[in-house]
Write a protein that binds this ligand. Structure first.
Ligand SMILES: C[S@@+](CC[C@H](N)C(=O)[O-])C[C@H]1O[C@@H](n2cnc3c(N)ncnc32)[C@H](O)[C@@H]1O
Length: 292
């Protein structure tokens, strides 16, 4: 009983408060790669309770006000989902390619499909510290994580985000979210990832930061990484969301960790973070696992 209570309490904590192996992050502060040092620094700051500085709090409040409005809304939006669907449903490759249509409640998207505030804040801080020039997001939904990324870019005074969403009604909604927040740093492209990526990557690459937050399927995740990898800059960071979403995603993450192209990786429990330019075999651990 005590154990169950402890686990439930721990789940409620922000991710960085659950860091148990602080020494992993302390050691990463001496890593030769600037992006590994930056990520470790952000995690340590968050662990110590420091939040985003300067423009962060105001920008975050404005985004969370919009999320709260959407949560309270009874509006429904037409959804064509080209993703893997809920973890317990096994969609066929054919279904994912054709898309599954339904009406989706805005409140549910704001609540469950969008990244939780604590992860969005972590993204905000990472972008502030890494100062990427070009960012790419796969899976815009209603634009919450895109708004955090664009706000951090605005605070940096440089950089832009391209974000891709397959469902047209949802993509329009995301554009509206970004417009309401006055965030010209982000552009929403509408279409299936596999259709949009080839030309967009050629035209807009190389990318410094990529957030893969859609189509949580083992083979699709590997395919997107294969497509994107040639268009990454030398010091790129790729964030894979929901690496424990399903058995398939757990396998995808294991495969990615074993893949030399992912460089040095951080396993943040929900996110897998790959510093693709960080050389391995320098005697330091290449997989950083600060969580239990
Ligand atoms: C988890 S939501 C993204 C949440 C958003 N990044 C946030 O945190 O605010 C995933 C989105 O990806 C879109 N998506 C999934 N598979 C896709 C595909 N193959 N092509 C285009 N969009 C896709 C879905 O329609 C959905 O809106």
């Amino acid at each position: 009983m005590k154990d169950i209570l402890a686990t439930l309490l721990e789940r409620g904590l922000r991710p960085y408060q659950r860091v148990r192996r602080k020494h992993v992050l302390d050691q990463a502060l001496d890593d030769p790669s600037p992006e590994v040092r930056a990520i470790a620094g952000v995690l340590l700051d968050r662990m110590n309770g420091s939040g985003p500085s300067d423009e962060g709090p105001d920008a975050i409040r404005s985004i969370e006000r919009i999320r709260a409005e959407m949560r309270a809304s009874d509006e429904q939006v037409e959804m064509v989902d080209f993703g893997a669907g809920p973890a317990h449903v096994e969609r066929t490759p054919e279904q994912m390619s054709r898309g599954v249509s339904s009406m989706a409640r805005l409140s549910v998207m704001a609540d469950r499909a969008s990244s939780p505030p604590e992860w969005c804040e972590l993204m905000f801080d990472l972008i502030r510290r890494l100062r990427p020039g070009k960012c790419l997001e796969l899976g815009t939904n209603i634009g919450i994580s895109a708004a955090y990324q664009a706000s951090a870019l605005r605070a940096n005074g440089t950089g832009e985000l391209v974000t891709i969403e397959g469902a047209p009604g949802i993509a329009r909604m995301a554009t509206r979210t970004l417009e309401r927040l006055g965030l010209a740093q982000a552009r929403v492209l509408c279409g299936r990832f596999t259709d949009v990526l080839p030309e967009m990557l050629r035209k807009e690459g190389p990318f410094d930061l990529v957030f893969i937050d859609g189509h949580h399927d083992q083979y699709a995740t590997m395919e997107y990484f294969d497509m994107i990898h040639p268009f990454l800059s030398d010091h790129a960071v790729v964030i894979f969301d929901d690496i424990r979403w399903s058995d398939g995603m757990r396998q995808a993450w294991r495969g990615l960790q074993a893949d030399a192209r992912t460089g040095t990786t951080f396993d943040l429990d929900r996110w897998g973070v790959a510093c693709t330019g960080a050389a391995r075999n320098d005697g330091r651990p290449s997989h950083m696992v600060p969580f239990p």
